[in-house]
Design a protein around this ligand. Structure first.
Ligand code: SF4
Length: 103
């Protein structure tokens, strides 16, 4: 897996994304359905639980709502579909204000 770090500047991140996503690992069944939809955003680790990832960095420390992964614009539909079909109902999407959309 790639190890490039997530952009440190939140403004820089929001310029290329308007969706953030996180998983409540306490509810995850580990079936892997989300990774079928968007393997760039959802990753199953050795503990059998799914975590979010951004630019190849997996947010598993501590995971949960403490680590919001920005969703690439090209994967928004896949992430929304994954959340809708997640059997644990534990994928949470946050809609963010992107500076370029503000007028
Ligand atoms: S689809 Fe939901 S329950 Fe299944 S592995 Fe992904 S986050 Fe966990």
């Amino acid at each position: 897996m790639a190890t490039s770090p997530a952009p440190a500047n939140p403004d820089e991140r929001s310029l290329r994304s308007r969706l953030g996503v996180w998983i409540d690992q306490d509810l995850c069944t580990g079936d892997g359905l989300c990774t079928d939809h968007a393997p760039q955003v959802f990753v199953l680790l050795e503990d059998g639980i799914a975590y979010c990832a951004e630019d190849g960095k997996v947010f598993n420390d501590p995971g949960g709502s403490a680590e919001l992964a920005m969703v690439p614009n090209s994967l928004e539909t896949e992430v929304i579909d994954a959340a809708a079909e997640c059997p644990g109902e534990c994928i949470f999407i946050e809609f963010l204000e992107a500076p370029e959309l503000e007028a």
